[in-house]
Design a protein around this ligand. Structure first.
Ligand SMILES: NC(=O)c1ccc[n+]([C@@H]2O[C@H](COP(=O)([O-])OP(=O)(O)OC[C@H]3O[C@@H](n4cnc5c(N)ncnc54)[C@H](OP(=O)(O)O)[C@@H]3O)[C@@H](O)[C@H]2O)c1
Length: 330
């Protein structure tokens, strides 16, 4: 049961570096191999992460006999291509969010993994964080009563040099798939699938959404209002409000540093909710969980199921349709 999981990392960018750093916090998990298209970057990343193998193209990593699972950390416009590459070489995969460009791609990825009996999971790390877990616990305990309103903002102005993936349509650029995906995920977690969706966006010069405003409506009267922006700095907070109380997840609501405040009454009845302090960047939970799934021979995570991933992707598709946002891959 303590088999060491040998990780491969595909794409050596910013998030891959944080992931590799958190990999050190996980027992029975090692960075076995990394792959970058750039030799210097691959060599540097290999040295920093302590990986035994360094590859200069992704196919060699997918082909490697030395890895049990590959973490795909390329821009979301390339997730389909890179996840399929790994699956076709019989590798289990943990794929960064947004999982794909659209539900059509996500369905093919999931179907391929199922047919080949391979583990595939979306790296929606927030779902493992203590603040998220506490939020779900408080909702389930009825601390908020009937949830009537979800209000989430996530916005910042990308600082130069801006990574090409942020605004490039071919790479899946735009605020919705990059950061709004967290807003949608939290709203789905608190209220489930909406009955109807309205959405509107402001286009960047490249045609992707510079900002995106979304309204989810529910049969029971609940409304979620979600806003993501690459054109203004926003509080990046989540408010989940019901007829018995409100929960405020503070700045970077989707990340370990978020604070939790519970308001059982009016705005001035604040109670601080204690949550476990997170080590590292907070990615070690998903790494450990994926490893456990592999040891148990699972092909799907019981925490982030394929149905969860498809619901999220289908909802994002619906939002984009309403907002008029299309990608070359659609
Ligand atoms: N979970 C989280 O907290 C979190 C945070 C940030 C980002 N993400 C997700 O992680 C993914 C990567 O984001 P990032 O911020 O790490 O991006 P990044 O710094 O730009 O790195 C992406 C890497 O992808 C590889 N790549 C392959 N083809 C590429 C192309 N045509 N253009 C650009 N890069 C290409 C490159 O690696 P090589 O040159 O080494 O091959 C590049 O370094 C995105 O899907 C993003 O949504 C998740």
């Amino acid at each position: 049961m303590n088999k060491t999981i040998r990780w491969g990392i595909l794409g050596c960018g910013r998030i891959a570096r944080k992931f590799a750093s958190d990999l050190r916090l996980v027992k029975n998990a090692v960075p076995a191999a990394v792959a970058s298209r750039d030799k210097l970057n691959a060599d540097n990343f290999g040295r920093e992460s302590g990986a035994d193998q360094v590859y200069y193209n992704y196919e060699d990593l997918a082909n490697s006999k030395d890895v049990d699972i590959i973490y795909v950390a390329t821009p979301h416009g390339l997730h389909f291509e890179h996840v399929m590459l790994c699956l076709q070489h019989d590798k289990a995969v943990l794929c960064e969010k947004a999982f794909a460009i659209n539900a059509k791609q996500a369905n093919i990825m999931i179907e391929t993994a199922r047919k080949k009996n391979l583990f595939l999971m979306e790296a929606l790390w927030s779902k493992f964080l203590p603040s998220y877990q506490k939020m779900i616990q408080m909702i389930e305990e009825g601390k908020l009563g009937k949830i009537n309103n979800v209000l989430i903002n996530f916005g910042f102005i990308p600082q130069a040099p801006v990574a090409p993936r942020i605004f490039d349509p071919a790479l899946g650029g735009g605020a919705l798939l990059d950061i709004g995906v967290y807003n949608v995920f939290f709203a789905l977690s608190a209220l489930g699938k909406p009955h109807s969706i309205e959405a509107s966006m402001t286009s960047a010069v490249t045609g992707v959404d510079e900002q995106c405003a979304i309204l989810f409506r529910y049969d029971n009267g609940a409304i979620a209002q979600l806003f993501s922006s690459f054109s203004s700095h926003l509080p990046t907070e989540a408010n989940i409000s019901g007829d018995k109380g409100r929960l405020l997840l503070g700045h970077r609501f989707y990340a370990p540093e978020s604070t939790l405040e519970y308001y059982p009454g009016r705005y001035d009845t604040k109670q601080i909710v204690e949550v476990e302090k997170v080590k590292g960047w907070g990615y070690h939970y998903e790494i450990a969980h994926a490893g456990e799934c592999l040891r148990k021979g699972l092909t799907e995570s019981p925490v982030i199921t394929h149905a969860d991933t498809l619901l999220l992707m289908e909802t994002l598709d619906d939002i984009r349709k309403k907002a008029g946002l299309r990608y070359p891959a659609d």
